[in-house]
Design a protein around this ligand. Structure first.
Ligand SMILES: C[S@@+](CC[C@H](N)C(=O)[O-])C[C@H]1O[C@@H](n2cnc3c(N)ncnc32)[C@H](O)[C@@H]1O
Length: 162
């Protein structure tokens, strides 16, 4: 598969998954978490889907489109390895939706981060909440959820807390 096809599959699946999950978490309290701001495209989409919720954003450094920069009080800068373990105390409530999109061209580094991150998301996730991610993640007490229509199999990953 070309990198263009792979990119299109990923962003198409992102939109399909986030659109699918929005009504499923609508009745659940709590913030949304965005791990990996990047250009801010998925953050922009989350803001449209969740206009009244706090969306906490985790990122090394801001390099997003000017229209998609989170407010300072919801932006946690630094390496996930430092910020994620401290995040439950800062945020104060479990999240019904965690979106994690952190892959890069460095397959080894991305796989190592996925292996480290998955177990660390459990304390941040509400019971019955969902994790949508570009990488497969192992999160305790969650089950895999099939991708919604419009997402190519294997192009994204969904898990639901038990
Ligand atoms: C693929 S981009 C995210 C794209 C974004 N979802 C969008 O729609 O524009 C991945 C982002 O994750 C961030 N990232 C990757 N590993 C990280 C880490 N360990 N700590 C903080 N940020 C990280 C990178 O800096 C990068 O901006």
């Amino acid at each position: 598969m070309s990198r263009l096809d792979s990119f299109i599959n990923r962003v198409t699946a992102q939109r399909a998954c986030l659109n699918y999950l929005a009504p499923l978490v609508a009745a659940m309290p709590g913030p949304v978490l965005e791990l990996g701001l990047g250009n801010g495209r998925t953050y922009s989409h989350l803001r449209e889907l969740f206009p009244t919720r706090d969306i906490w954003v985790f990122e090394f450094e801001v390099a997003a489109h000017p229209d998609s920069i989170p407010p300072d009080h919801l932006l946690i800068l630094g390496d996930f390895r430092k910020t994620i373990p401290a995040a439950p105390a800062w945020i104060g409530a479990p999240a019904p939706l965690i979106h994690a999109d952190f892959g890069s061209g460095h397959a080894d580094k991305t796989a190592a981060m996925a292996a480290w991150l998955g177990p660390r998301l459990r304390p941040l996730l509400a019971r019955g909440g969902y994790v949508a991610s570009d990488q497969p993640l192992q999160v305790d007490d969650t089950e895999i959820v099939p991708l919604p229509p419009g997402a190519v199999a294997g192009s994204y990953n969904l898990r639901r807390s038990l």
